[in-house]
Write a protein that binds this ligand. Structure first.
Ligand SMILES: C[S@@+](CC[C@H](N)C(=O)[O-])C[C@H]1O[C@@H](n2cnc3c(N)ncnc32)[C@H](O)[C@@H]1O
Length: 304
C-alpha cells in the first residue's frame, strides 16, 4: 500500500478514536463513572496515543521518500549531461543570472542549452519555442545555443500574467492575488516583470546585450496571449513551456505538442511548482501513448 494511503488510514483511525473519546466524555456520562466505562476510556486513549505515534512516524517516512524522490529527479536533470556547452553559451548563462533575467537556476538553464545543442547535433529540423519568457532569460540562453539560422519563436503577453481559472488550485490563486495586489517581488528583489512599463522593449534589448540580437538570430518575439498568438503548422524540435497556469499550459500543449517531431521534446518548467500546470499536463497526456513523460528536475515529454 502506498505510504500516503497508510497515512490517510492512520488519520482516519485517529479521527474515529477521537469521536469515540468525545462521545464517552459527553454530558450523558453519569456523575459516578461506571468502572467498566472508565477502563474502556483508558483503552481508547491508549489506542489513540499509539495511532498518533504511528501517523507521526509515517509522515516522517513520507517526507523522507519525497526528499529522496526530489534528489533523484535532480540527479537526472539532463538527458545527456556529457554534451559540452560552447564557452559563449556558458558565458550567456552567467550573464543572464548576473542580470537577474531568469527565474531558472543555472543548472536548469544549462540543461535547456544542452537540449538545443543536442537538437543541432542530431541534424533534425524544427522550431525552437519558448512560451512564457518574462524578462527573457531562458529564451536568451536557448537562442545562444542554437544555430543562427534555426527559427525560434518566443511567446509572451509581455505585461501582467493573465488570471488563473477554476482549473488552478489554491496555491495558484494565492500567488495571483499577491501579483494582482502589487506585492510581488522580482528575481533578486528587482521590480517584478509584470509591473514593468515596457517589458517587450526591455527583452529585445536584453537579447542584444547578451550577444543574441533577435533579428540576426532568427528569433521572433510574439506579443499577446498564447490563445491569440500560437498558431503554427511547422515542425517543432524543442519547446520550453513556462506559462505557470492551467489554461496557459493547456493552450500550449494543444497547439504545440502535435507538431513535435519524433525525438523532439517539451520541457515543462512548472509541473512540480503549480497545481494548474500539473493538471493540464496530466489531462493532456492521459491518453497519448505517442509521448513519454520523464520526471527529471523539470518534467520532460518526448515524442516517440
Ligand atoms: C514564470 S514567467 C517565465 C519565466 C522565464 N522563462 C524565465 O526564464 O524566468 C511566466 C511568463 O508567462 C507569461 N504568460 C503566462 N500565461 C500566459 C498566456 N496565457 N499568454 C501569454 N503569456 C503568458 C507571463 O506573463 C510570464 O511572463
Amino acid at each position: 500500500m502506498p505510504t500516503s494511503d497508510v497515512v490517510q488510514r492512520g488519520a482516519r483511525v485517529v479521527r474515529r478514536l477521537s469521536r469515540g473519546v468525545r462521545r464517552r466524555l459527553s454530558p450523558a456520562v453519569p456523575a459516578t463513572p461506571d468502572p467498566q466505562q472508565v477502563a474502556e476510556l483508558k483503552r481508547v486513549r491508549k489506542r489513540l496515543r499509539t495511532a498518533r505515534a504511528q501517523v507521526e512516524r509515517l509522515t516522517e517516512e513520507l517526507n523522507a521518500v519525497r526528499h529522496e524522490l526530489s534528489a533523484t529527479r535532480h540527479s537526472v536533470r539532463d538527458p545527456d549531461p556529457t554534451i559540452a556547452l560552447p564557452a559563449e553559451v556558458s558565458a550567456t548563462v552567467e550573464r543572464v543570472r548576473e542580470q537577474r533575467l531568469s527565474y531558472l537556476k543555472a543548472a536548469d538553464l544549462e540543461m535547456l542549452a544542452r537540449l538545443v545543442v543536442q537538437l543541432e547535433q542530431s541534424g533534425r529540423p524544427g522550431l525552437v519555442i519558448e512560451a512564457g519568457t518574462a524578462r527573457g532569460g531562458s529564451a536568451i540562453v536557448m537562442a545562444a545555443a542554437k544555430s543562427p539560422e534555426r527559427p525560434m519563436k518566443v511567446y509572451d503577453v509581455f505585461g501582467m500574467i493573465p488570471p488563473p481559472t477554476d482549473k488552478d488550485g489554491d496555491d495558484v490563486h494565492r500567488r495571483y492575488e499577491l501579483i494582482r495586489s502589487g506585492g510581488s517581488a522580482g528575481v533578486g528583489g528587482d521590480t517584478y516583470y509584470g509591473y514593468r512599463d515596457d517589458l517587450y522593449g526591455e527583452v529585445t534589448e536584453s537579447f542584444a546585450r547578451c550577444g543574441v540580437e533577435v533579428g540576426a538570430h532568427s528569433v521572433e518575439l510574439v506579443r499577446g496571449l498564447f490563445s491569440d498568438t500560437i498558431d503554427l503548422d511547422e515542425p517543432v524540435g524543442l519547446a520550453h513551456l513556462d506559462g505557470d497556469w492551467y489554461e496557459s499550459t493547456m493552450t500550449c500543449l494543444q497547439r504545440i505538442a502535435p507538431l513535435i517531431i519524433p525525438g523532439g521534446r517539451i520541457v515543462l518548467d512548472d509541473y512540480y511548482a503549480w497545481s494548474g500546470c500539473k493538471t493540464a499536463v496530466d489531462e493532456y497526456f492521459a491518453d497519448r501513448p505517442e509521448f513519454r513523460l520523464e520526471q527529471r528536475a523539470k518534467l520532460h515529454v518526448v515524442r516517440l
